[in-house]
Design a protein around this ligand. Structure first.
Ligand SMILES: O=c1ccn([C@H]2C[C@H](O)[C@@H](COP(=O)(O)OP(=O)(O)OP(=O)(O)O)O2)c(=O)[nH]1
Length: 127
């Protein structure tokens, strides 16, 4: 397969339907592994339709697929809805896109350059 795209749908490669009870989380296989350039990561993101209609989302979002990972990509789904939900084989459960990850040098310092914001955060400017 060769396809130029910004993102791809990720499908459940389960051998039989998987039941997710409310509050339950399960690691769902996708049936593929991949290799990508070292400066990329892949991100696994939830599908808004599944989230809106059924409360099904990715627990660790965005899921990070490291460039050096060679195992099967898996999707950690959680049911935040009130009804049990069944994941069928081939169902679109998430989407994946690629991101360039910049390399940075971490330097330890005694002081940081000043800014107007300073240490203000977590809503300090009001709601
Ligand atoms: O949604 C996800 C998240 C991760 N992974 C795989 C690919 C990734 O490269 C690897 C490690 O993920 P992460 O770095 O998030 O895990 P960690 O908890 O930091 O564990 P590790 O010590 O294995 O890095 O697990 C998936 O298949 N799906």
């Amino acid at each position: 397969m060769s396809e130029l795209a910004a993102g791809f749908d990720v499908h459940a490669a389960v051998s039989e339907p998987v039941l997710l009870e409310p509050g339950e989380r399960k690691l769902i296989p996708t049936g593929f592994a991949m290799a990508m350039p070292a400066d990329l990561e892949a991100q696994i993101r939830p599908r808004s339709g599944l989230a809106f209609k059924h409360g099904i989302t990715c627990l660790n979002t965005p899921g990070t697929i490291d460039a050096d990972y060679r195992g099967e990509v898996k999707v950690l789904l959680v049911n935040l809805g009130t009804e049990a939900f069944t994941i069928e084989r081939g169902e679109r459960i998430a989407q994946m896109l690629f991101q360039v990850v910049p390399k940075v040098t971490i330097e330890e310092v005694d002081e940081l350059p000043e800014t107007v914001r300073g240490a203000g955060g977590f809503g300090h400017t009001g709601v």
